[in-house]
Design a protein around this ligand. Structure first.
Ligand SMILES: CC(C)(COP(=O)(O)OP(=O)(O)OC[C@H]1O[C@@H](n2cnc3c(N)ncnc32)[C@H](O)[C@@H]1OP(=O)(O)O)[C@@H](O)C(=O)NCCC(=O)NCCS
Length: 190
């Protein structure tokens, strides 16, 4: 099952962030955090006006991720009692049996909480979970070449670049950005 035991991480500047699996009834709070991210960052693939998930659809996504042993939905909260979401991450497997051993990662941190260690905490929790699933062989992701903070974060957790797509992203104003594709193998002996 794609769930974890809640874990605490210190935040830069003080306080603790709790990374845990969300419950279906928290779908509205998850959507609120996601909407903040999509409306404040150009580094996400989804744009704010494309994000039309309803509370019911988000609850169903949480439910499906929880049931799937190769999927994971995580949220970060400011403390155990606080239902305000300050970060979200997901792992989802390839859509066919031949690619189910590869889990794709997506992650985002609320604009008011970036660069305080929450991205690192979410990544740590995803990798630790991935290492506990023997049939999941690797994690992969896509990131814009211009997204230096995210690329540094991924590299620091052992992700390596395997592909580069020049002009892989086109913004509405016509600006073109390159995309980088990275992966990290799981269950590697030191
Ligand atoms: C990218 C993102 C997920 C990182 O999460 P975060 O909580 O802000 O980052 P953290 O505080 O955990 O920092 C992790 C690492 O990122 C790097 N980093 C952080 N801030 C940075 C900055 N301003 N410049 C360069 N690298 C930076 C560092 O390597 C840092 O590790 P360190 O603290 O040991 O030096 C978050 O900033 C975010 O959601 N941004 C907008 C949406 C986005 O880019 N999503 C990712 C799409 S692929």
């Amino acid at each position: 099952m794609g769930r974890i035991v809640p874990c605490e991480f210190p935040m830069k500047g003080g306080g603790v962030c709790v990374v845990r699996s969300p419950e279906e009834h928290e779908a509205a709070a998850v959507l609120e955090c996601a909407r903040d991210v999509f409306s404040t960052s150009r580094f996400t693939l989804t744009q704010a006006d494309e994000f039309t998930y309803t509370v019911e659809q988000e609850a169903e996504l949480i439910h499906q991720r929880t049931l799937d042993p190769h999927a994971l939905f995580l949220v970060a909260c400011q403390d155990a009692a606080d239902g305000t979401m300050i970060g979200i991450s997901n792992v989802w497997p390839g859509p066919k049996r031949k690619v189910r051993h590869v889990g794709t990662i997506g992650m985002s941190v609320h604009s008011a909480y970036r660069f305080r260690g929450i991205g690192k905490a979410l990544m740590r929790a995803m990798i630790d979970w991935g290492e506990s699933v023997p049939t999941l062989h690797m994690l992969d992701l896509a990131v814009y070449a211009a997204n230096t903070p995210a690329r540094k974060l991924y590299e620091s957790f052992g992700f390596v670049q395997h592909a580069y797509l020049p002009d892989g992203c086109r913004h509405d104003d016509g600006t073109l950005w390159d995309q980088v594709f990275m992966h990290r193998k799981l269950h590697q002996k030191p």
